[in-house]
Design a binder for this molecule. Structure first.
Ligand code: SF4
Length: 327
């Protein structure tokens, strides 16, 4: 049994102070991932700081940005009138994730912080560099059907499991964090990291920092967006591949584009070169196929996931066709 102390914080400052000088302490809110990890002995924090009473649930519009409190529930954000109006891509991605019950418990901050679902990471009898640095990567030569095709390393080929994060990286969001030295802002694309030689580190958050909000700058993508997720079951399954697509149209011509993939890398995978290729072109299948080809450049498969190299471009094309209203 894991022994840990438990404390409740009611302010951001108190929450951050409660973690001071204890790198093994963790924040807990919905607990939809952390509790599972503790039950399986994958994570063993010595202290849990319950942040549910910290007032970080609001969703507001301010200075050209939508600001979503880190403790807003996934279901609350997905159903929020302003989110549906201004950032429907985020709502679609959230509703594609987990189950209704989990979305009612899981917070925005927790969704960002959730850990990979690689089966080797969850089984303490098997080698996993992310769980136990230096023990090896069971997935590299093992069952790797769900694993990365971009940005992996010899140390880890896991993928980030979130749907919400794929939409947020496409929408140029920023993660706001509070720490002992005050507040800082991290562009969403720089928050999660690639595994490299340190797969134990999922992101660039310091151990004593708390995510307080996510900010999404105003954009002109509300009319033409789509989140397409391919998975093994129709519900409650992680993405084999997902694509978030947002277009700003001028008649039939694409004025601006945002494109990101999930289920393919250790972080939500933004497709900047493919986005550039779409700008100024007519929205049609040929344009989308070309963008998909660009997006898949550099993809590398392992023993069980070569199907992702064929699936990827098809999912990109379908997401873009839906976003453009061609289907
Ligand atoms: Fe662990 Fe990463 Fe390898 Fe999975 S892919 S076994 S998480 S090191």
């Amino acid at each position: 049994m894991i022994q840990f102390s438990y404390e409740r914080a009611t302010t951001t400052k108190a929450a951050v102070s409660a973690l001071a000088n204890n790198t093994s302490a963790k924040f807990i809110a919905g607990g939809t991932n952390l509790v599972d990890l503790m039950k399986r002995n994958v994570m063993a924090p010595t202290k849990l700081v319950d942040i549910n009473a910290v007032p970080l649930k609001d969703i507001q519009q301010k200075n050209g940005k939508t600001i979503i409190g880190a403790l807003a529930l996934n279901s609350q954000v997905a159903d929020d009138k302003m989110i549906l109006e201004k950032h429907p891509l985020l709502s679609k991605a959230l509703n594609a994730g987990a189950s209704a019950q989990i979305r009612n418990m899981a917070t925005v901050g927790g969704n960002i912080m959730q850990r990979t679902r690689c089966a080797y990471f969850y089984d303490t009898a098997l080698p996993c560099n992310k769980r136990q640095p230096g023990s090896g990567c069971g997935a590299l030569e093992g069952a790797n059907r769900m694993h990365a095709i971009f940005g992996s390393s010899a140390q880890c080929i896991a993928v980030h499991p979130s749907d919400m994060c794929v939409a947020l990286v496409a929408l140029d969001a920023t993660v706001v964090v509070a720490g002992p030295k005050g507040e800082r802002r991290i562009p969403f694309g720089e928050f999660h990291r690639l595994p490299g030689d340190h797969p134990e580190k999922d992101n660039t958050l310091q151990s004593n920092e708390l995510i307080t909000a996510v900010e999404i700058p105003d954009n002109a993508f509300s009319k033409n967006t789509h989140y397409f997720k391919v998975r093994d079951r129709a519900s409650y399954a992680f993405a084999l591949i997902s694509v978030a697509a947002a277009l700003q149209m001028d008649g039939k011509v694409i004025k601006e584009a945002r494109l990101a993939m999930g289920g393919v890398a250790h972080k939500p995978w933004r497709l900047l070169e493919a986005e550039k290729s779409l700008v100024g072109k007519e929205a049609n299948e040929a344009t989308f196929k070309q963008a998909a080809e660009i997006a898949m450049q550099g993809a590398k498969a392992y023993k069980n996931n070569a199907f992702k190299l064929k699936l990827g471009p098809n999912v990109i094309v379908e997401a873009l066709k839906n976003a453009a209203g061609l289907v």
